[in-house]
Structures are given as structure tokens and as C-alpha cells.
Design a protein around this ligand. Structure first.
Ligand code: HEC
Length: 170
């Protein structure tokens, strides 16, 4: 490498370093740090609507979600055996009013559209339980498709965002 090449290299490196410094310290120093939450920065480009929950509500919601996925797996196993009694019980357990004890303010924190999708999904699970009880496989499958489409529809529409603790309210 010639001297001028290495000088150029040094200049380029200094430039990159300067940009990095600017990004980490310089940009937006006129705005207080609270202006953008970490979550907002992480989800840049995510078009879904944020459902803002406090820490307890957030964990509760995610736990419910994981429970739903377990139900989907267990229902699949019950269908394969087949074991309609277990399928009925599992689907019924995710029907309307099965959300368990909610943390304070949970329902109020949910947008109307989110609540509607959640209710629609619970109704589809009830539909699965009813169809399984009647031995009506096509009706069961139709309700199952509806339930799964609601999982997908809601996941495409909403994301959770944990409220940043202000240290005053929380
Ligand atoms: C009414 C809306 C809604 C419905 C219906 C819904 N979900 Fe979710 N689910 C969400 C949101 C919002 C998240 C968080 C996504 C994010 O923040 O990126 C989530 C996250 C999850 C997660 C990740 C949990 C974790 O701990 O990270 C799983 C698993 C999941 N959902 C499964 C399901 C299944 C299975 C169904 C249907 C049987 C379902 N969900 C129905 C809104 C919904």
C-alpha cells in the first residue's frame, strides 16, 4: 500500500468512526432520551398497531398466547388418535370467558379491534367444541380454520409494546 493509499484508508476509517460516534451520541441530543422508547426504535418498519401494556399485562397476554399454541398442538394430537372427548375439553377451555383472571386494566388497554378478534377466536373454539360433540367433522374443520385465521389476522394487525416505566406512575 502506498503512503497516499494508507492516508486515504485512515481518512475513511476516521469518517466511519465519526459517523458511528454521531449516531450513538450526537443525533438527537437536543431531544430528551425519553422521546423514543427502546421498543419503538427496535420495531422501526413494523406496520402493526402497538397495543401498549404494562409489564404485568404484557406477560399475562404472552402467557395466554403460549397457552393457545399448546392448545393447538394438543388438539392436533387429539384429532390424530382420534380422541373427541379430549378435543371437546381442550376447545371448550379456550372458548368465550376462558381468559382467566386478567390483570387490572387489561381489557381497557386493548383496542376495540383486538377485543373483537379475540372474541371471534374464542367463539371459533366454542364452535369446534360443539362440532366435535356432534361428531360433525366438516363443521369442526371450518371452525378450526376460522380460529387459526384469527390468530393470523391478529398477528398481522397488532404487536404488543411494553409501557416504559416513567418512575412516577409505575
Ligand atoms: C386478538 C389478537 C390475537 C389473537 C386472536 C391471537 N394472538 Fe397471538 N399474539 C398477539 C400479539 C399482539 C402478539 C405479540 C406479537 C408481537 O408483539 O410481535 C402475539 C404473540 C403470540 C405468541 C408469542 C408468545 C411469546 O411468548 O412471545 C404466540 C405463540 C401466539 N401469539 C400464539 C397464538 C395462537 C396459536 C393464536 C390462535 C389460536 C393466537 N396467538 C391468537 C395477538 C393475538
Amino acid at each position: 500500500m502506498t503512503k497516499s493509499q494508507s492516508n486515504l484508508m485512515l481518512a475513511l476509517l476516521a469518517g466511519v468512526f465519526g459517523i458511528l460516534l454521531y449516531i450513538s451520541f450526537g443525533a438527537g441530543t437536543d431531544e430528551p432520551a425519553k422521546a423514543k422508547s427502546v421498543t419503538e426504535a427496535q420495531v422501526a418498519g413494523d406496520p402493526r398497531e402497538a397495543v401498549v401494556l404494562n409489564a404485568e399485562q404484557h406477560q399475562f397476554a404472552l402467557e395466554q398466547m403460549r397457552g393457545l399454541l399448546v392448545t393447538i398442538r394438543d388438539l392436533d394430537a387429539a384429532e390424530t388418535i382420534p380422541d373427541p372427548a379430549t378435543a371437546i375439553e381442550l376447545a371448550r377451555a379456550q372458548g368465550p370467558g376462558s381468559g382467566g383472571k386478567h390483570p387490572d386494566g387489561f381489557h381497557e388497554a386493548l383496542p376495540e379491534g383486538f377485543r373483537q378478534m379475540s372474541q371471534a377466536m374464542r367463539k371459533s373454539f366454542a364452535g369446534m367444541a360443539d362440532a366435535a360433540a356432534k361428531g360433525d367433522k366438516p363443521a369442526y374443520q371450518e371452525s378450526q380454520q376460522q380460529a387459526l385465521n384469527t390468530c393470523i389476522g391478529c398477528h398481522e394487525t397488532y404487536r404488543f409494546e411494553q409501557q416504559q416505566s416513567s418512575g412516577i406512575i409505575d
